[in-house]
Design a protein around this ligand. Structure first.
Ligand code: ADP
Length: 471
């Protein structure tokens, strides 16, 4: 099967979050199982390639869409003052350029797999501007929602930047409370929609998680699927990771502490393998439950632990954690930046990892933790619910510590449960080993995507979109 995979970010070229990890790894899995894949992303300033095309895997072409004005900037989507005001224009350009590049290269995809609002215009273009174009006669679209909180919302006056007829600015198309909503239009027009965990696929059809799009998603529920992301086990592998001090696997997990000591040393923490080291690597955004952590961080720090944070994002969290760093310099290491190498050291060196997310479409951090034998403490929502279950010392079931109510008291109790198991060295080591035995590798998700593509390919083509009245 021929797949065009379109994403606004992708490891190793540009990354702000989990979308980049998935875009960098899923195509490799698809290729492994026999698909012919081409990947498309913008050529940002950070993309250090000489040509506008390169190869990953065995033979996956990656095409970089170049435009000096739109993409040669410091960041991907915006800066500290907010989103770039011309984002609609930028990604409309990107989406059209992808379709034109496909035509130019003669690669006729069976499936164009779009990701998030930045490429959600593609299904719309294919069923409007390119509707009668024979080149795309057999092309179908999948739109993956990695996070429904980001919808591509713009002022109505900007709609002409899509290059589409005003007729599409309707309740069955782009219109969303008087604004342009690109993701909504993508959901209306794409053949299949999917999101990144089965639980989140259900959650987004409810008022609590739907961000106003629950009705649109319910309407299309027969075309809505949930496929759990996987991580690349070659990249995230403590047995071969070159960025960590001591390689280990499940059979030598007792050696993990050497990474902890290395991390403590390099972070200015007291080197002590017995003090529990709690880590966080996260975008500093409300979604990630940082308000819960903010509430109880000082209480946590009184529990004889060390705390290491790596993250960047909202100013108020920068201010908060700066303050914590100053007040507790001996037991905290606060790193307010994006640093892929440090991230690997933290995954390998910590004992526990916090993900108390308010909502979590899939979450990769907890899967990486399991791979590195770092015990996740999570709120059971979205993909966290699909991957982490409470450890039961007597039955030896489960792989982490969990809580459901979004409350700092519950988070605190859960941390204390983890710390009390940590005191029982043998039991803790057993949990570490057990965590490392889970398999959330990308091969699983690649197989599920292939089954989804096959299901879609076997459907009769419907070149008019699901919601709009066909002309
Ligand atoms: P999201 O995509 O919502 O940010 P995920 O858990 O799906 O969250 O993916 C986050 C990815 O980004 C993980 O690979 C995580 O290690 C990485 N990450 C997040 N913040 C940082 C940071 N400050 N430095 C390095 N890596 C980070």
């Amino acid at each position: 099967m021929k797949i065009a995979f379109v994403s606004s970010e992708m490891v190793p070229f540009a990354k702000t979050g989990g979308l980049a990890d998935v875009s960098g790894s899923l195509p490799l899995g698809l290729e492994k199982y026999g698909s012919e894949v081409k990947v498309f992303m913008p050529k940002y300033k950070t993309v250090k390639v000489v040509k506008n095309q390169t190869v990953i895997g065995k033979g996956i072409d990656v095409f970089f869409i170049e435009n000096e004005k739109y993409f040669n900037r410091e960041n991907l989507y915006g800066d500290r003052s907010g989103d770039y005001p011309d984002n609609l224009e930028r990604f409309a350009y990107f989406s059209k350029a992808v379709l034109e590049t496909l035509k130019k290269t003669g690669f006729k995809p069976d499936i164009v797999h779009c990701n998030d609002w930045q490429s959600a215009l593609i299904p719309v273009y294919l069923k409007t501007i390119y509707k009668d174009n024979p080149f795309f006669a057999n092309t179908k679209t999948v739109l993956t929602i990695h996070n429904l909180a980001y919808q591509g919302l713009f002022d109505k006056s900007l709609f002409p930047q899509t290059g589409l007829d005003w007729e599409l600015f309707s309740i069955d198309g782009f219109e969303f409370y008087g604004k342009v909503n690109v993701l909504k239009a993508g959901i209306e027009f794409t053949d299949f929609i999917n999101t990144v965990s089965p639980t989140y696929a259900g959650e987004i059809q409810t008022k609590e998680f739907g961000y106003g799009l629950e009705g649109v998603l319910q309407k299309r529920s027969d075309a809505l699927f949930g496929i759990l992301n996987g991580i690349d086990y070659d990249v995230w592998n403590p047995a071969t990771d070159k960025n960590i001090a001591k390689n280990y696997d499940a059979s030598s997990s007792d050696q993990k502490y050497l990474n902890k000591e290395d991390l403590q040393r390099s972070s200015g923490l007291t080197v002590d393998k017995n003090v529990p080291l709690i880590g966080i690597i996260s975008r500093l955004a409300d979604q990630k439950g940082l308000d819960l952590i903010a509430d109880i961080i000082e209480k946590i720090l009184k529990l004889k632990v060390q705390f290491i944070l790596l993250g960047a994002g909202d100013d108020r969290y920068h201010v908060l954690f700066d303050g914590i760093a100053k007040k507790y310099p001996k037991i905290t290491s606060i790193n307010l930046k994006f640093d892929a190498v440090l991230a690997q050291k933290i995954y390998a060196g910590c004992d526990m990892f916090l993900m108390p997310s308010r909502f979590e479409p899939c979450g990769l951090g907890q899967m990486i933790c399991l791979r590195y034998g770092t015990v996740p403490i999570v709120r059971t929502t979205g993909g966290l619910k699909d991957t982490i279950s409470e450890y039961n010392e007597s039955t030896k079931q489960g792989n982490g510590f969990t809580f459901l109510d979004y409350s700092s008291a519950k988070l605190f109790d859960t941390i204390k449960r983890a710390l009390s198991l940590y005191k029982k060295k043998a039991a803790w080591l057993e949990l570490v080993k057990r965590a490392m035995g889970y398999d959330f590798s990308l091969e699983h998700s690649a197989k599920e995507y292939l089954a989804l593509y096959a299901k879609l390919a076997s459907k009769k083509s419907a070149r008019n979109h699901a919601g709009c009245v066909a002309k």
